[in-house]
Design a protein around this ligand. Structure first.
Ligand code: 9WN
Length: 438
């Protein structure tokens, strides 16, 4: 379907502009999220980028995912950053000399030839692989795309479901806010408050050279990010011992959606998908049991070190709407929360804010503390459509490309005004806008 209110030529020019962003950010084997702020390959960015790229070049979309999966560690983890060796060390912090993957990560099977970070990001990859396959099954079969990706994706899920089941309830935990992808979400304020920050002056932020300081995480946040990552590195990237461990609803919902995609991939390859589908159903039940909070009408994060659910309402708690096997009362409550005063969708906001509009920590410009991001709106568009909520799904389907184009493909926008924040020419914004134009 076309974009309501947008003429054919306007829509064509929006597509062409989005394609130009992705062409400018393509390095030859993968796409950087942003030439200025993020000059390497990021894990969940690449999955979202591939979903859009499949409409421009299924070959590039396959290559994007293959480049990422080639950097997988022996223990199955897919690193959150794959570093480009031709980019100067001071262009992004933390750089490869901080993570020291090939030495500190040796016991966990880090690759020798490519430098990576040692943490992970949300597992959107199997879903992306499946969508990319479907865009051009003939090319995919000719290249053995699924057959090569499948064992890597299976090992990735195995890592998350075994090494990362730190709470023992079946769900995967994140051990760093960067892993969940919503770095400075107010959900992390309490668990992070227990982490002593790395001393001032012991590291140098590169992000402040590109982004406005008031739109980025604070120095105190960074001190804590650095401490947590350094502790993990110094423990050889072994799981289980860190001071931060959280079960996050979006991370687990994406794992479940990807497990369902993996079932379809298995079937396409001639193997049964039943065990994976059953696992997805079990994980959905565990998600509801461990993270659903009826009084808030949404999922919350579980803090394994402090104990209990974290009270903050982040957009992450709405993302499980993606899952078709969610109980009906949970779906109904999620849709009401999304459209109610805390997220305001279709009333005060056209895209989904990253955090509770009524929350004490709400800030319309500061990164994951309020601004609307395009990937979460894309996920919720899918979720609404999955559950037959056609009218709000159609509205999001129109708003994502419109605001992406109007903001210069911004990294994130003010949820009330649509004003661009962070980097412009941001890859997943362009990719997901393109996807919704198809
Ligand atoms: C740390 C690349 C990434 C996204 C994350 C976003 C931001 C990095 C940073 O940029 O995080 O991984 O330096 O702030 O929060 O979701 O994947 O676009």
């Amino acid at each position: 379907p076309g974009l309501p209110g947008l003429s054919g030529p306007a829509e064509a020019s929006l597509r062409a502009r989005a394609a130009r962003v992705l062409a400018a950010n393509w390095t030859g084997s993968s796409t950087v999220p942003s030439r200025s702020l993020y000059p390497h390959q990021w894990s969940w960015d690449s999955a979202f980028v591939a979903v859009g790229l499949r409409h421009l070049s299924p070959l590039r979309a396959q290559t994007e995912l293959e480049t990422l999966l080639a950097a997988q560690w022996g223990d199955g983890r897919v690193p959150h950053i794959v570093f480009n060796p031709s980019v100067p060390l001071d262009a992004y912090f933390p750089s490869p000399d901080f993570w020291r993957s090939s030495t500190a990560g040796r016991a966990a099977g880090a690759p020798r030839t490519v430098q990576t970070s040692g943490i992970v990001q949300p597992p959107v990859h199997a879903l992306a692989v499946w969508l990319v396959h479907r865009a051009d099954p003939v090319l995919s079969r000719a290249r053995g795309f699924l057959a090569r990706a499948y064992p890597r994706l299976a090992a990735w899920h195995r890592y998350l479901l075994h090494r990362r089941d730190l709470g023992g309830g079946g769900l995967a935990s994140v051990v760093h806010p960067w892993e969940q992808g919503m770095d400075n979400s107010p959900c992390w304020d309490l668990p992070l408050s227990r982490i002593p920050p790395a001393p001032d002056g012991s590291f140098r932020r590169a992000d402040l050279g590109h982004g406005a300081a008031e739109d980025r995480p604070t120095d105190l946040d960074y001190g804590r990010y650095v401490r947590l990552a350094a502790d993990y590195r110094d423990a050889g990237y072994a799981d289980g011992g860190g001071d931060f461990a959280v079960e996050d609803p979006a991370f687990n919902a994406l794992l479940i959606a990807s497990e369902r995609a993996l079932a379809r991939i298995a079937e396409e390859l001639g193997a049964p998908g039943t065990a994976r589908r059953a696992r997805a159903a079990r994980l959905t039940a565990a998600l509801v049991e461990r993270l659903w909070e009826p009084a808030s009408g949404m999922f919350l994060c579980r803090d394994l070190r402090g104990g209990g659910l974290l009270p903050e309402r982040g957009v992450s708690g709405l993302v499980p709407l993606l899952l078709p096997e969610l109980p009906g009362d949970v779906v109904g409550a999620l849709v009401r929360t999304l459209r109610g005063p805390h997220f305001g969708l279709g009333r005060s906001t056209a895209l989904v804010p990253s955090y509770d509009l009524l929350g004490e920590a709400f800030d319309p410009h500061r990164y994951w503390r309020g601004p609307a991001w395009f990937n979460t709106s894309w996920l919720l568009e899918r979720g609404l459509r999955t559950h037959g909520e056609r009218e709000p799904a159609d509205a999001l389907r129109a708003a994502v490309p419109a605001l992406a184009g109007a903001s210069g493909f911004a990294e994130y926008v003010d949820p009330y005004t649509g004003e661009a924040c962070g980097a412009t020419g941001f890859s997943w914004t362009a990719a997901l806008a393109l996807d919704l134009l198809h």
